[in-house]
Design a protein around this ligand. Structure first.
Ligand code: FES
Ligand SMILES: [Fe+2]
Length: 441
């Protein structure tokens, strides 16, 4: 039926009062903030840390990060427990940090080593503790755990970070909007066709502009979307992964799907960490190998602090006019408002993935509100966490129906192979795909 209502500018109600705080707000004591605090979060690149303390903000908390002279990393509340001076002006000590105002020396765990000019035997040493959070360094990134100490999980290492032969370059870029907009974008695969191919010209690989069948599956860690495309005489099945609470993994950025490959893994593994309700750090690794980037389109020199080697991810990389002519993820996400108002949206069929991410999040957040601690990652036999992002390309021409059943069977196989080694998952998948194809042809 034709919509007869037109020129509704005056009648359209703009109501910004409900910003779905349950899944967008991240401060201490908020439902979503408490949920995110149950997991290790990346907060800073090791290379960014020098001989000065750094004032940073994570999940709405102002904190001071530093490395003491013994090499230990500390993450303390900003304001000194004595009388509140900021520890960003502190002096780095052999052990811990010394507040500039009266010389109180706090260890990396927040304990008071020496209270300035107070007598050595003063009870103040036992009484006062500076707020501190544990940190862990991995692959050039500093992680922190901002939750209750009794719930601290083991530090998770994902299977895509196991292969020592891959080159992983840490990066961090800031998006000036709520974290959920950045996070849920991964489960919005239809935007790749529009934003990254039709609206702005092909930004990420010729094959991204090809029509696709899209499906969504739960995984033990969250969800994947399954994109199945016929690219000339090859069928390409890409799974792009969301790992709860705030992580994702995606395949080769300039995938052309022009040769066979099986279970090709991530080109990036990254977290969307809220700085506060209105700003987000995307922090993780760009991953390089000959297989992931056969034409050498990636640029290692462009990866680091506020820099990444694919277009449209940061505020200052281009002028306003260029960003209007060729908008990227940054422009699309930030312009959804500082916090997108879910009540004012008109979700359609192609938003199923985004709605699913929100639902998964909300369920976990509500469970925690009901005192049920969120499920932590289960390790495989090798002590890592099996994940489900991959690209598989086979030489075949399939009709719509066969494409769909092939991709469904392939994804089922990937989900079932989680306990195997990477090599075995890959080899088994190849066998399985060939078997499937022989049945379909
Ligand atoms: S305010 Fe920090 S030592 Fe006094
Ligand atoms: Fe995008």
């Amino acid at each position: 039926m034709q919509n007869t209502k037109t020129f509704t500018g005056y009648d359209t109600v703009i109501d910004l009062s409900d910003d779905d705080a349950e899944i967008t707000h991240v401060g201490r004591g908020t439902p979503c903030g408490e949920y995110l605090r149950r997991y290790w979060q990346p907060i800073y690149l090791e290379d960014q840390l020098d001989d000065l303390p750094k004032l940073i903000k994570v999940l709405g908390e102002e904190l001071v990060l530093f490395r003491d002279k013994s090499g230990d990393t500390g993450l303390l509340h900003k304001h000194c427990a004595h009388r509140g001076a900021s520890l960003e002006y502190g002096i780095i000590a052999d052990h811990g940090l010394v507040c500039c105002y009266h010389g109180w020396n706090f260890a990396v765990d927040g304990s008071l080593i020496k209270a300035g000019s107070e007598p050595e035997n003063s009870p103040i040493h036992k009484k006062v503790v500076q707020g501190a959070y544990p940190t862990h360094e991995f692959g050039g990134i500093i992680f922190a755990y901002l939750g209750p100490t009794e719930s601290i999980p083991a530090f998770p290492v994902f299977d895509t970070l196991e292969d020592k032969n891959l080159e992983r370059i840490p990066f961090v870029v800031t998006t000036h909007c709520n974290w959920l907009q950045v996070f849920e974008n991964t489960q919005d695969p239809i935007h790749v066709l529009h934003l990254h191919a039709r609206s702005s010209g092909v930004q990420f690989g010729v094959a991204s502009g090809v029509d696709q069948i899209i499906d969504y599956e739960n995984t033990p860690l969250g969800m994947i979307n399954v994109q199945t495309r016929q690219v000339e005489d090859h069928v390409w099945v890409r799974t792009t992964e969301t790992i709860l609470p705030n992580m994702n993994q995606g395949g080769a950025i300039w995938e052309e799907a022009e040769s066979e490959k099986f279970f090709q893994r991530s080109a990036f593994t990254r977290w969307m960490v809220p700085v506060d309700n209105f700003e987000t750090m995307t922090i993780g690794w760009r991953i390089f190998s000959k297989e992931l980037d056969p034409r050498d389109q990636g640029d290692r020199k462009k990866i680091g602090v506020e820099a990444i080697d694919f277009v449209g991810q940061t505020k200052d990389e281009r002028g306003y006019e260029e960003s209007q002519r060729y908008p990227g993820d940054y422009e699309a996400q930030v312009s959804q408002r500082p916090i997108a108002i879910h009540k004012m949206e008109n979700p359609a069929m192609s938003d199923r993935g985004v709605m699913k991410v929100r639902r998964l999040l909300r369920n976990q957040i509500r469970a925690l509100k009901g005192k049920q601690e969120p499920s932590q990652y289960i390790q495989n036999g090798r002590g890592t966490i099996s994940t489900y992002q991959q690209d598989t390309v086979v030489r075949a021409v399939l009709d719509e129906e066969n494409k769909q059943s092939y991709s469904k069977a392939l994804v089922k196989h990937i989900l079932n192979s989680k306990d195997e080694t990477e090599e075995k998952r890959r080899a088994d998948l190849e066998l399985h795909c060939r078997e499937l194809l022989s049945k379909l042809n």
